[in-house]
Design a protein around this ligand. Structure first.
Ligand code: NAI
Length: 697
């Protein structure tokens, strides 16, 4: 018998205890243990009630994700749930910690549910592209009705014990001594000779058929445009709970689960889940001695500097914010203050938290004030001379062993490090805007960066609640290199016949929240213009160059901040296509003798994905990225790549590498260099491999 589940009988109460650290995931050993013990309990006349509980910090927090995507050994969770519910003696779930996914489904299959008042319960399967597959879609609505059930299953967000009690999900939220409470309930049930109370026979949640149908219809409307295929299946299953016999609803849920689990979206979403965890595994962390980071300095209080400061303050660090002059400083401090005031107004933090955080913030215009800090993150203008000057000053004042990080978007970190006396302490921490919200942090490793400094960056990222990805030195590192390729692919299409709005539309259909030209307008067209000007000197004159963006900037149109860019802003009906930009595009085509042709959404998407995956493959060739999944993480967390597509490398795998390579080759006549497939494609194709095969190497 498995040790993952033990059974002890006390005064006629069988106490089934699951013990599978760290989170009691419902792997095979736990399922088998439950199955076997429940079989024995059924035969044991001395047992008159059952308590299902878990050892350690939580009731099962979900399935064992390692089992996802491949056939599970029997008994599967739904079988265990059915056996639990069919038990002839009353079964009480004793819930503490976080009962999530399969964990909550187990509890739903019990006849009574008691939870510690601090417990949380949720069904997050939606986030992995599937649905609750252990009967959750049928049992939960029978207890709480359609509205609450759909809300939990479609949002994936957990509810607190008190809410769970109010909605009927649990019988009681217990203030203290849950063990005693479940035992008392069991004794009481025995005293009253109570039998089981199977959830499948419950009707309280189905009592208002019209209300149930309304909630289902409302969910359908709310999610009418979703691209996630599991959403409709969840809604259908919940609807079935009110229309079909339990067994039929269960069969419907099973079929949906099996189909979804192996489908491309679930594969991509699981990939995203594992990719994030894998990104934290970097060579520098092995045997690293972390540098101590207790205090942080931020230089430059502009868009990024103020966001970075907020991020550090939120994580509990004292922060010294440095600007060139008192006006700049005051503006930066005001931005931070306003941010916290808004957070208080929206109820995200309380006034005390706001004043604690502001109390840890010190403003300064004197470099000497950074003399004692453990880490400085520089976020001044993206200008090599300015940055060099700041680094020279930091080199003078900072204590030995402190870390000098730069938030540069594109500049060469090795070149910057070479200008000071301690290149080993220099690293890139590339935050994304808004820095206190965006999850991604590219940790850019220079050729001289001390591995301990890199490892410290990863540890710090965790404290800042960021997702760190290791990147090597390259123009634009991982994210902005891929972004440049994406934009170039889009620009070629615009010059060849598409409109910016058409490209944006196609990429929104693909799943991006905004298309590339909307993003450009939002970020400011001047930023990419500055980069193009900087690279003009090294550009090969034979390379195809699209000058549309430059022509727009020459008019002083920098996007949203100037009211005009690819779109015109400020109108009553929201942004509209900028007709003057369309005229600029026409003029460019005329000048280059390009006869415009049409592009379908499919072609637009294929070209953009192929360009991004190809640039990703080059980043792997150049060892700028450690593994394909790191590139996907950068795109998912920094650039809005749709999670259900998994990122460009996963998307290329799913399209088929041969298909992508052939597409790249077919575009080559337009611009040989840009569309030339990375040799990695041929190598992988030849060996029948995918990008994902490189992830675990
Ligand atoms: P910004 O122009 O909003 O802010 C720069 C700030 O640095 C200004 O407030 C300026 O007064 C200050 N500054 C300039 N020289 C200084 C000096 N010598 N000492 C102290 N302060 C000085 O620029 P932004 O957008 O915040 O960018 C800063 C850095 O972050 C750049 O390297 C940029 O490439 C990078 N970055 C920008 C992103 C964005 O979306 N804006 C995203 C990721 C990185």
């Amino acid at each position: 018998m498995s040790e993952a589940v033990t059974c002890e009988v006390l005064d006629g109460v069988a106490i089934l205890t699951m013990d599978n650290p760290p989170v009691n995931a419902l792997g095979h050993a736990v399922r088998e243990g439950l199955w076997t013990h429940l079989g024995a309990i059924a035969q044991d006349d001395t047992v008159r009630a059952v308590i299902l509980r878990a050892e350690g910090r939580t009731f099962p927090a979900g399935a064992d994700v390692r089992e996802f995507g491949s056939p599970r050994a029997a008994p599967i969770l739904s079988q265990v749930c059915d056996r639990l519910e069919a038990c002839s003696k009353p079964v009480i779930a004793e819930i503490h910690g976080t009962a999530l996914g399969g964990g909550l489904e187990l509890a739903l299959a019990c006849h009574f549910r008691l939870a510690d008042k601090s417990a949380k319960m949720g069904l997050p399967e939606v986030n992995l592209g599937v649905l609750p597959g252990g009967g959750g879609t049928q049992r939960l609505p029978r207890l709480v009705g359609a509205e609450v059930a759909l809300d939990m299953m479609l949002s994936g967000k957990p509810v607190h014990a008190q809410q769970a009690e109010a909605t009927g999900l649990i019988d009681k939220a217990v203030n203290k001594n849950l063990r005693q409470a479940t035992m008392a309930t069991a004794r009481n049930l025995i005293a009253h000779n109570a039998g089981p109370r199977p959830t499948r026979a419950q009707t309280v949640g189905l009592g208002d058929p019209a209300g149930f149908a309304t909630a289902v219809a409302a969910a359908r409307t709310r999610h009418a445009t979703t691209q996630r295929v599991n959403i409709a299946r969840i809604i259908n299953c919940v609807e079935a709970a009110s229309l079909l016999p339990f067994e039929v609803g269960l069969a419907m849920e099973r079929q949906a689960f099996d189909e979804l689990e192996t489908g491309p979206q679930a594969v991509a979403l699981r990939h995203a889940f594992f990719a994030e965890r894998r990104a934290a595994k970097i060579p520098e962390r092995e045997g690293a001695t972390l540098r101590e980071v207790k205090t942080i300095g931020v230089v430059g209080a502009g868009t990024m500097g103020s966001g970075i400061a907020i991020s550090c303050l939120d994580a509990g660090f004292p922060v010294t914010l440095l600007e060139r002059n008192s006006e700049g400083l005051e503006a930066g401090l005001a931005k931070i203050r306003t941010n916290y005031e808004n957070s208080v107004a929206k109820g995200r933090i309380d006034a005390q938290t706001q004043s604690d955080r502001m109390a840890r913030l010190t403003g300064s215009t004197d470099m000497q004030d950074l003399g004692a800090v453990d880490l400085v993150i520089e976020a001044v203008f993206e200008d090599e001379t300015v940055k060099r000057d700041v680094f020279a000053q930091l080199d003078q004042v900072m204590r030995s062993g402190a870390i000098l990080a730069t938030n540069t978007s594109y500049l060469d970190i090795d070149a910057l490090a070479a200008t000071i006396s301690r290149p080993e302490d220099v690293v890139g921490y590339h935050f994304f805007s808004p820095a206190h919200i965006m999850k991604l942090l590219e940790v850019v490793v220079g050729s001289k960066t001390d591995p301990n400094v890199v490892a410290t960056g990863f540890a710090l990222a965790k404290k800042l609640r960021k997702v760190p990805v290791r990147a090597g030195v390259a123009d634009g590192f991982i994210g902005n290199r891929i972004l440049a390729a994406y934009r170039l692919a889009a620009d070629f299409m615009v010059e060849d016949g598409a409109t910016p709005a058409q490209i944006d539309h196609a990429m929104r259909v693909y799943g991006f929240p905004l298309g590339p030209y909307q993003v450009l307008d939002m970020a400011g067209l001047d930023i990419s213009w500055a980069r193009r000007k900087r690279l003009a000197a090294v550009r090969n004159p034979k390379d195809r160059y699209v000058a549309i963006g430059d022509k727009i900037c020459e008019k002083g149109w920098f996007g949203q901040k100037t009211g005009r860019g690819y779109y015109v802003y400020g109108g009553e009906n929201g942004p509209i296509e900028n007709p003057d930009v369309l005229a600029i595009i026409d003029a460019e085509r005329l000048e280059k003798g390009i006869a415009p042709r049409s592009f379908s959404d499919d072609e637009i998407q294929m070209r953009c994905v192929a360009a991004m995956a190809n640039e990703g493959a080059r980043l792997l060739d150049e060892a700028v990225a450690l593994r394909p999944s790191d590139i996907d993480v950068v795109e998912l967390y920094g650039y809005g790549y749709p999670r259900h597509r998994g990122g460009p490398m996963m998307a290329a795998d799913q399209l088929g590498l041969l298909t992508v390579e052939n597409a790249l080759k077919s575009y080559q006549p337009e611009e040989r260099q840009f569309w030339s497939p990375s040799p990695l494609f041929a190598e992988l194709i030849k060996n029948g491999r995918h990008f994902s095969d490189l992830n675990e190497q």
